[in-house]
Write a protein that binds this ligand. Structure first.
Ligand code: SAH
Length: 342
């Protein structure tokens, strides 16, 4: 059991079963989640004997520690964290003027095997726990505090397929959203998926309405199955139906991610087909020039702009993702891959 994965009520149960008054649970939860303390001793209104019990039972609050760190010229930072079992995950920090975003990992590795993704190439190891997911945010909060800043947005777009780790991901979102904790609005959380249909439908029925991003990346089943094996299980029509269901239930705009890979999915014909697929849907398209990890080729900016124009002309809202952190291997899974090779 990990303390950071527990809600106040659950902490209270644990305390009571150890003969400690329940009300300490509220204090402990808010020290951990709101104040992002790194050590139990920093909880100044909690008595020493309780702190000792927590140390005996849990060691330290955070189930991860920093293993490597890179800073990009554009301010993006990337961290490699070592978990207790010595596996590693990546977290990315993206500072902007108005907001500070953290990009979280949800699994060690990934089983989805998308052809263009560095994480997929190193295989799947295990799911992260809710504690391991939220600690990525808390670790950064702790750092930012010194500069009077804090995390304003969270995207589940790091290593792993969030919806394949549904329970822990949802729990982590509720923990981040908790009023006694970090209290991040659900609208500030975005979960990205390669297209796991049953879980998209389940998410549509959740009370916590987070943003949904769907990695589309291709417009025909043949093309999509080639670069994203998940498409063989959940082909495009089924995926789009689940997305429509999500919109019906939540009235929320879905973001479609489209990584442009030269000669693979960047033709004008593909742009027209994408426009046709999405026209009339409550959505937004994010075009991402591919960050090559193998033999992929990044299309020219002119080509990307042409692709965007086709969508704009069809009144499909579109933006081109500003590229960040390429000098620090910020593409999903790249830093970890380099470390594993070393
Ligand atoms: N598994 C989830 C979330 C993690 S990946 C998903 O598939 O959505 C986050 C985003 O980065 C996805 O859209 C993914 O397709 C994209 N991505 C992965 N490798 C990339 C690369 N080399 N260049 C650009 N985007 C990449």
């Amino acid at each position: 059991m990990e303390l950071l994965g527990l809600f106040p009520e659950e902490i209270k149960e644990w305390l009571q079963s150890h003969g400690i008054p329940a009300f300490r649970g509220d204090q402990i939860f808010s020290w951990l989640h709101k104040h992002a303390v790194e050590r139990f001793e920093q909880m100044t209104n909690v008595p020493g004997d309780v702190i000792l019990r927590l140390q005996e039972a849990f060691g330290t609050p955070w189930p991860l520690e920093l293993a490597a760190r890179r800073r990009s010229l554009d301010g993006t930072e990337k961290y490699l964290f070592a978990l207790k079992d010595q596996t590693t995950i990546e977290t990315v920090y993206l500072p902007e003027e108005e907001r500070q975003t953290v990009c979280l990992s949800t699994q060690v590795g990934c089983a989805m095997n998308c052809s263009f993704c560095a994480t997929g190439q190193s295989g799947y190891v295990r799911n992260l726990s809710a504690a391991e997911i939220v600690t990525q945010v808390l670790w950064l909060e702790h750092q930012l505090r010194a500069f009077g800043k804090s995390i304003t947005n969270v995207v589940y777009m790091g290593m792993g397929e969030p919806l394949a780790n549904y329970g822990a991901v949802l729990r982590s979102a509720h923990l981040l959203n908790h009023p006694q904790g970090r209290n991040l609005g659900a609208r500030r959380l975005t979960i990205s998926t390669c297209g796991l249909v049953p879980q998209i439908r389940a998410l549509a029925n959740e009370e916590l309405q987070v943003n949904l991003a769907v990695s589309l990346h291709a417009v025909t089943d043949a093309d999509r199955s080639r670069i994203m094996p998940v498409n063989r299980r959940f082909p495009l029509q089924e995926l789009l139906q689940a997305c429509d269901y999500y919109t019906q239930q939540t009235n929320r705009r879905i973001s479609y991610e489209y990584a442009l890979i030269g000669g693979v999915n960047d033709s004008l014909a593909a742009a027209h087909r994408l426009r046709q697929l999405l026209q009339g849907r409550l959505c937004h398209v994010n075009l991402i020039p591919i960050n090559p990890v193998g033999t992929e080729r990044r299309p020219s900016m002119a080509k990307v702009a042409q692709f965007a124009k086709v969508l704009e002309e069809g009144r499909v809202p579109v933006s081109i993702r500003k590229e960040r952190g390429t000098d620090i291997e910020a593409a999903c899974g790249q830093l970890r891959q380099t470390q594993l090779q070393e």
